[in-house]
Design a protein around this ligand. Sequence first.
Ligand code: SF4
Ligand code: ZN
Length: 309
Amino acid sequence: MPRKCSRCGSANAEVSLPYAKLSLCRDCFLEYYIHRVKRTVEKYRMFRKGEAVGVAVSGGKDSAALLHSLRRAFLSQKIVALHVNLGIPEYSDRCQEEAERLAESVGVDIYILDLKREENVSLSDFKRTIYKKKICSVCGTIKRHSFEEIAGRAGVKVLATGHNMDDILSFMLSSLFTKQWAQLVRLKPVLPPLFSWMTRKVKPLIKISGRENLLYCLYAGVPFTEIECPYSKGAKTKERLKALEILSMNNPNIKYQALDAFLEISKILEEKIKLPKATPCVKCGFPSRDGICAYCKRMAYVKEILSNG
Ligand code: SF4
Ligand code: ZN
């Protein structure tokens, strides 16, 4: 006899959530998921009623689940989708198509920043530079800058990202091992703006696993692309995620326990650690340590390489 849903008791259970001691049917899982996203937003006061929220959408499952569930959880909130096209061949255009399809299906406006069109540079150009082995790190710098830029164009002061529990734990491990305390503090659920014109960054999926996001998209019929970025192969993040999966085999709750522990420690760390002071970049006004931000430095550098052929 198939097991019945622990919530409604009538439909067959399809999803097992050991951390919550629940086995749910599709409909109850979707309801439970939306409720958890709503509770996380409210618990950490990620945004207030009446504030416009920009959701960074990549085309992948996590940000697709985020946009769709936020729309359902906060029916009267102004929400827009934000997308950055990085110009990665055979990947970025597919991502943009999916992001546009998603925004349309959810009924929100989408703002797109096309890196190639705006800077005449694509992420792939960095493959010809000293960054060829650190492409994800350059990508992170570009995305942070570009999402802030389009958030400004869209007139939103809250930027929601689809970082899930696995991402946070993976970054947490890497920041711990490399003693990058400031980076560790930045993983918290709500990151206030460094300058008043910037956005508050919020992570409504911080307590939800990648697997739950995938199931949400599949069960709710949310459009997303499963194609992987060609530069993701061998990424350290993937290796760390694998290690976490192995640990979870013996204890399915371990990731949830680790996240809880991290959230407690990050409060203590925040009091102890002083984030480095930022000064506005002379070129673009974004935060920098020495007057030119990481984005402007990398753009100037790659343009120089490109102009030399
Ligand atoms: Fe960017 Fe790396 Fe992700 Fe590709 S895998 S989108 S390069 S961060
Ligand atoms: Zn700059």
